[in-house]
Design a protein around this ligand. Structure first.
Ligand code: 2HA
Ligand code: ZN
Length: 271
């Protein structure tokens, strides 16, 4: 067996959590990531018959049975993942119609998966139905995105259009826009179901006054989506209280989207 600490997926997870921590998106135990892995990817690092523990998930999702996920742990700090992956991360296999997670590696101190596992697994299921190559679901609390939630209508069309106006690249990076949920209790199956419902349509979902979810084929895609929204939200927060002299007009946004050939939410722009 090869040393799992040398596995590319583990390196990626350590680097991503470290980056997110340093960007200020994941204070204390804030944020969580799940990465879908294949048996081929992990088979040379782990004995897949050696189940350390079985942990109930509290929900069902039969489409996910037999799938493997590398997941951040509940109560764990992104700040600590880089130096101590074996206590802060876990690699699980989903079984029993989604009701059980078999721990194959990690959480060596007795820990378990993020409290947001329902939102993650339900979002994986929703994204996989739209894009069979989706692998990553990422949640965090980016500062300016959160700030914007307090001073901007929590409306998908309005929020997306404002973000698109803040940086020329936005409509090209997230032409599908940003889904928005009102404030809801986190860590529940209800917010998981609501997030997954939005994920059928969007790769980005804002949790009102809490944070954001991003999904993608790779860690870079999910990270890049959130990073671009956060940059746009930063520009918004730096300018919202000042007289607006210039903007990217709707016809210019349309020109951009068409020049880059992206399928954008035409209904999110004004005539
Ligand atoms: O895991 O971010 O939403 C901590 C959180 C909960
Ligand atoms: Zn959170």
């Amino acid at each position: 067996m090869k040393d799992i600490l040398t596995a590319p997926f583990l390196t990626q997870m350590r680097e991503t959590t470290a980056n997110m921590y340093r960007l200020g998106w994941d204070e204390r135990n804030g944020g969580n990531i799940s990465l879908l892995l294949t048996e081929e990817e992990i088979g040379s690092y782990l004995d897949l018959t050696d189940v350390k523990r079985r942990i109930p998930t509290g929900f069902t999702a039969k489409e996910l049975d037999g799938k493997y996920f590398l997941v951040t742990g509940t109560g764990k700090y992104f700040k600590n993942v880089q130096a101590d992956p074996a206590n802060n991360l876990g690699l699980i296999r989903i079984t029993q119609n989604g009701a059980s997670a078999e721990l194959l590696w990690g959480w060596e101190d007795g820990g378990k998966f993020t409290s947001e596992l329902p939102a993650h697994l339900m979002s994986h299921r929703a994204r996989l139905a739209v894009d069979p190559e989706n692998r990553v679901v990422m949640h965090c609390h980016p500062t300016y995105t959160l700030a914007m939630n307090y001073v901007h209508p929590l409306d998908e069309r309005e929020m997306t259009r404002t973000l698109w106006q803040m940086c020329t690249e936005c409509i090209v990076v997230f032409p599908d826009g940003v889904g928005v949920l009102p404030w809801m209790l986190c860590g529940t199956n209800e917010i998981g179901e609501a997030t997954a419902e939005k994920m059928k349509e969007y790769r980005l979902v804002i949790w009102g006054m809490h944070g954001i979810y991003g999904a993608g084929k790779t860690m870079d895609e999910a990270f890049g989506l959130i990073e671009t929204v956060e940059k746009a939200a930063q520009i918004y927060m730096l300018t919202a209280h000042l007289p607006r002299l210039n903007t990217i007009r709707d016809d210019q946004l349309r020109t951009l989207a068409e020049a880059f050939g992206v399928a954008y939410r035409k209904d999110f722009l004004n005539e």
